[in-house]
Design a protein around this ligand. Structure first.
Ligand code: 13P
Length: 257
């Protein structure tokens, strides 16, 4: 199956309202000139979602960096899936390593977030990835599969068609150290075959699996050439329109008739 690539810009806790809107409109303008099958998404800080949505003018997908596991209520500081949808979001990250490791979020809460988002019509970009310690101890694959299964607990075969994955090894995030194309391909293939085993071949074939961790214009093409790498989740390099769009160009696939 030919999958349309997806390039996501995770802006993390950077920018202000003015620079966020300017970046979105620059990326949207440049994206119009990309030929090929690639979707571009940006994940601004929550307070800037609406201004970024307006600036994107329908040319970019806009997503939340996180979502509450609860539908509504007395949950100070949390943002619900319905609120994200209301602000123009089509998708949300779930389980980014900065929340798993920095804030201690684990399987059951993440699965609840995934289900909430899917219930409200959002797509989910579920992030998984091992630490350097895990990799050196030879348990990278087990850790990543546990995160995958945990984050999708209770997600139906119907809903899985609205889930994409991002493999982001923690040791590659913001470090300048990237997994080599072969390391990325190996883990992506493991993830896809687990989806096939737990759901079905069709769901596995159409799921997009993004790589994340120090992706830049200089290494994007080699990563994107891997059979099971369907795009990238980009941190630092997404804060400049030029570098983000260059990565998107490297990920664009031939348009299907
Ligand atoms: P960097 O591209 O800055 O390494 O960040 C990756 C990331 O965490 C994207 O979600």
């Amino acid at each position: 199956m030919d999958r349309r690539s997806l390039i996501g810009g995770n802006w993390k806790m950077h920018l202000d309202a003015e620079s966020a809107a300017a970046l979105a409109s620059d990326v949207a303008a440049a994206a119009a000139g990309i030929t090929g099958a690639v979707d571009l998404a940006v994940f601004p800080p929550h307070p800037y979602l609406q201004c970024v949505f307006k600036a994107a003018g329908g040319h970019l997908l806009v997503g939340g960096q996180d979502v509450s596991d609860q539908p509504e209520g007395a949950f100070t500081g949390q943002v619900s899936a319905a609120m994200l949808a209301d602000c123009g979001c089509q998708l949300t990250l779930v389980g980014h390593s900065e929340r798993r490791h920095g804030l201690g979020e684990t399987g059951p809460v993440l699965a609840q977030k995934s289900r909430q988002a899917l219930r409200c019509g959002l797509r989910v970009l579920l992030c998984v990835g091992e630490t350097l310690e895990d990799r050196e101890a030879g348990r990278a694959r087990d850790v990543v599969l546990e995160q995958l299964r945990g984050g999708l607990e209770g997600v139906s075969t119907e809903a899985i068609s609205r889930v994409d994955l991002a493999y982001e090894p923690v040791w590659a995030i913001g470090t300048g150290r990237t997994a080599g194309p072969q390391e990325a391909q190996e883990m992506h293939a493991v993830l896809r075959s687990d989806i096939e085993a737990r759901y079905d071949a069709r769901s596995a074939a159409r799921m997009r699996i993004l790589y994340g961790g120090s992706v830049k214009p200089s290494n994007a093409a080699d990563l994107m050439a891997c059979e099971d790498v369907d795009g990238a989740l980009v941190g630092g390099a997404s804060l400049q329109a030029d570098s983000f769009v260059e990565i998107a160009r490297a990920a664009a696939r031939p348009e299907q008739p």
